[in-house]
Design a protein around this ligand. Structure first.
Ligand SMILES: CSC[C@H]1O[C@H](OP(=O)(O)O)[C@H](O)[C@@H]1O
Length: 338
């Protein structure tokens, strides 16, 4: 294993190649690094819906490139925007990116201008992640242990990551001594993706079963739970990968601090509370099989919500590129994002 190199940030899962979009197929990691070539917007919609590309910021970025590609190809854009918007319901970054592209279209932007807008969205996300890494790491006392959930790294963003970006920055600054990652059933973003990123970076980390999280917190090994977000409501309630809510409850019980890290493109001030956030339900087959092989008896049913909501009262800090909100509430959110 290589020593940790804080400059090692080479993963770029979404790559524009001049006339098409290349996506690192995250369904196949870590076993295989295969790229998908999207040569039209419909292929981008499919890639988002099927989680070939996933992660709130990354799907917004991919969708923006899909719109720009359609404009370059002279395709009618309204149905393209609608199809991309419907690909997944919870991560507001998707709608945020599409609304931003729509504003440029309405203002008369041509294909080249839309390519520049998509590039700007991608570049701004990377810069935001670097800023959030600094701001989040500064909250962590030296010698701390941290637990993260799902994948919030370079694979889920333009690069570097949100919560995983804070972990990268905290390790580089010598503040984080122990890193734990939850496997994140059923899609295994933690086991398959976060561990892949951490091993590539040379950051020592231990994978834990999702069900071991409270026991780990009880041991005193972690001082922070650090997660990403898919949609942050106007009162600070935060939708994130399923399992986040119970991590927040366990953290509160054990006196472990809880940090949400997300760019401002994840904040949805038009949604008042977490109760109003649509939670994506995915095919039960994702729960009844593992790595493509059925693990549950035929005929069994399953309920597969892939997000849940951590209420603001359980969150100690929301870190965005605009700054940190400690003990988030409606007034604090309004002050920063109103
Ligand atoms: C910085 S990624 C944010 C968010 O997106 C992930 O969901 P999914 O893998 O289903 O796209 C997960 O909730 C991450 O925390």
């Amino acid at each position: 294993m290589t020593a940790f190199d804080p400059t090692h940030d080479s993963i770029r899962a979404v790559q524009w190649r001049g006339d098409h979009l290349c996506l690192l197929d995250q369904r196949l990691l870590p076993g295989e690094e295969r790229w998908i070539e999207c040569r039209n917007a419909a292929q981008v919609t499919t890639a988002i819906r099927d989680l070939a590309v996933r992660g709130a910021p990354a799907i917004g970025i991919a969708a923006a490139w899909g719109v720009a590609m359609a404009a370059q190809q002279g395709v009618t854009l309204e149905p393209v925007l609608a199809d991309l918007r419907a690909a997944r319901p919870t991560a507001v970054n998707l709608m945020w990116a599409l609304d931003r592209m729509k504003r440029r279209i309405v203002a008369g932007a041509d294909g080249d201008a839309l390519l520049r807008e998509a590039q700007a969205i991608q570049d701004e996300d990377l810069a935001a992640n670097r800023k959030m890494g600094e701001l989040g790491a500064a909250l962590i006392a030296p010698g701390s242990g941290v637990l993260t959930h799902c994948n919030t790294g370079s694979l889920a963003t333009a690069g570097y990551g949100t919560a995983l970006g804070v972990i990268r920055a905290g390790v580089a600054a010598g503040r984080i001594a122990r890193v734990y990652a939850g496997e994140t059933r059923p899609w295994q973003q933690g086991a398959r993706l976060t561990m892949w990123e951490l091993v590539r970076d040379g950051i020592p980390a231990q994978l834990i079963a999702d069900s071991a999280a409270a026991h780990l917190m009880k041991s005193g090994a972690v001082q922070w739970v650090i997660v990403g977000a898919d949609r942050i409501a106007a009162n600070g309630d935060t939708a994130n990968k399923i399992g986040t809510y119970q991590l927040a409850i366990a953290a509160k019980y054990h006196g472990v601090k809880f940090m949400v890290v997300a760019p401002s493109s994840t904040v949805d001030m038009a949604t008042g509370t977490g109760e109003e956030i649509e939670i994506e339900l995915r095919d039960a087959a994702e729960l009844l099989s593992t790595a493509g092989s059925r693990t549950v008896v035929e005929g069994a049913q399953a309920w597969n919500p892939v997000f849940d909501v951590a209420p603001a009262e359980l969150i100690d800090a929301i870190v965005t590129e605009r700054g940190v909100i400690e003990r988030p509430n409606s007034l604090a959110m309004q002050a920063m994002f109103g």
